[in-house]
Design a protein around this ligand. Structure first.
Ligand SMILES: [Mn+2]
Length: 374
């Protein structure tokens, strides 16, 4: 009788210990080797903090060298501030080879190597630690994929507690704790979406955090370009029952995050529960962000049903519990010189797909007035 009671009191404890040890064992296999943590997409605070934590644990486990690389832009101003304030060395890379003698890859806050790394699949993935729903089972020596945490940072806090507890008197440890706390808070919308595991993780590191640094990191600035895109989104906004969508036109690659920021803003409208903001980024991709607080919308599934997959079977969209995004190459059409015409085409195609998926009549022109579509 006592056995089940004990399990109830500590529901995940043994499993967490096992996973942390499994992660430690995987890192130990890279003793004396060079690990590249390849961040996927545009690095965000959760991904950056986890990379930092893994590099730290790697050092403890005897990994000779850890490089943190990324191949897109650190496009969000706050994320550039994070890199600067933490004094991080992130390396922009176009291939794995250029980094030097990389023995293994490690993925954090992602479960696939970024498609922009042409030789990414030539290397063995040692570890995958993530909280995004996978389209297919991820392949690595060690995989810890949890959909019930709000941030991958939560998983790394568990690893640290098990393998190398952070010391409040050590500068480097304080930096890692602060980065993880920031990753936790941004990925959970300031803990509004946090689960029990996230609160527990925050509790474990709160005393190690540098409060001043954390405050500097959390200053939520909105860049003028993001304000412009939010204004465009409001002008083009169409609402059908509890679904809202807005096409914002052309956005440069450096400003792609403004689409997500506009979606973060629009979903706060009180009469809706789901919104999608989309635009053409860098004349190369149709990109969009979905935000939802509907219990019936699973962003990854919803976006896959709306936009399908590429020729390799990879869905154009993905996401986690409350947010998702999609990216569709426009290929040859990007050469169209009449941008007004190109936007009309894109807007029509995306609007039709979104309305079909939200169960609405996709008749052209019904949702967005023509004036808003330019
Ligand atoms: Mn994350």
């Amino acid at each position: 009788m006592t056995e089940p009671v004990r399990r109830l009191a500590l529901p995940n404890q043994p499993a967490n210990e096992l996973r942390a040890r499994g992660f430690g064992d995987a890192l130990a296999a890279a003793r004396g080797k060079h690990l590249l943590i390849a961040l996927r997409g545009n690095p965000d605070p959760d991904g950056i903090a986890c990379a930092l934590a893994q590099a730290h644990l790697g050092q403890r486990m005897g990994v000779a060298q850890t490089t943190i690389g990324y191949c897109h832009e650190v496009s969000h101003r706050e994320n550039r501030a994070l890199v600067k304030l933490l004094g991080l060395e992130l390396r922009k890379i176009k291939s794995v080879r250029e980094v030097g003698n990389v023995d293994f890859l490690g993925l954090v806050d992602a479960h696939e190597v970024d498609t922009e790394l042409p030789d990414g699949n030539d290397y063995e993935v040692l570890t995958i630690v993530d909280h995004h729903r996978p389209a297919s089972p991820p392949k690595a020596r060690f995989v810890d994929l949890r959909m019930d945490v709000g941030a991958t940072s939560t998983i790394f806090v568990e690893y640290l507690m098990e393998l190398a507890a952070l010391d409040p008197d050590v500068e480097e440890d304080r930096r890692i704790a602060t980065a993880l706390m920031h990753g936790l808070s941004t990925d959970t919308d300031d803990f509004m979406l946090a689960r029990a595991a996230d609160f527990h993780a925050a509790e474990q590191i709160v005393e190690v955090c540098d409060r001043d640094l954390l405050q500097d990191l959390s200053r939520r600035l909105i860049a003028p370009t993001a304000m412009d895109v939010i204004a465009r989104a409001l002008t083009a906004l169409g609402v059908r029952r509890n679904f809202a969508m807005a096409g914002v036109g052309f956005v440069t690659e450096g400003e792609r995050d403004t689409i997500a920021q506009a979606a973060d803003f629009l979903v706060r409208r009180e009469d809706i529960d789901t919104c999608v903001v989309f635009g053409v980024v860098g004349d190369k991709y149709i990109e969009g962000s979905l935000r939802t607080h509907s219990p019936s919308v699973d962003p990854a599934v919803w976006l896959e049903q709306a936009f399908g997959s590429d020729e390799k079977g990879r869905p154009y969209g993905g996401g986690r519990r409350d947010k998702g995004g999609f990216r569709i190459p426009i290929g040859f059409l990007g050469r169209v010189t009449d941008r007004g015409q190109l936007w009309q085409l894109v807007e029509h195609a995306v609007r039709t797909a979104l309305l079909r998926q939200s169960g609405e009549d996709p008749t052209p022109g019904v949702l967005v007035p023509p004036a808003a579509a330019t």
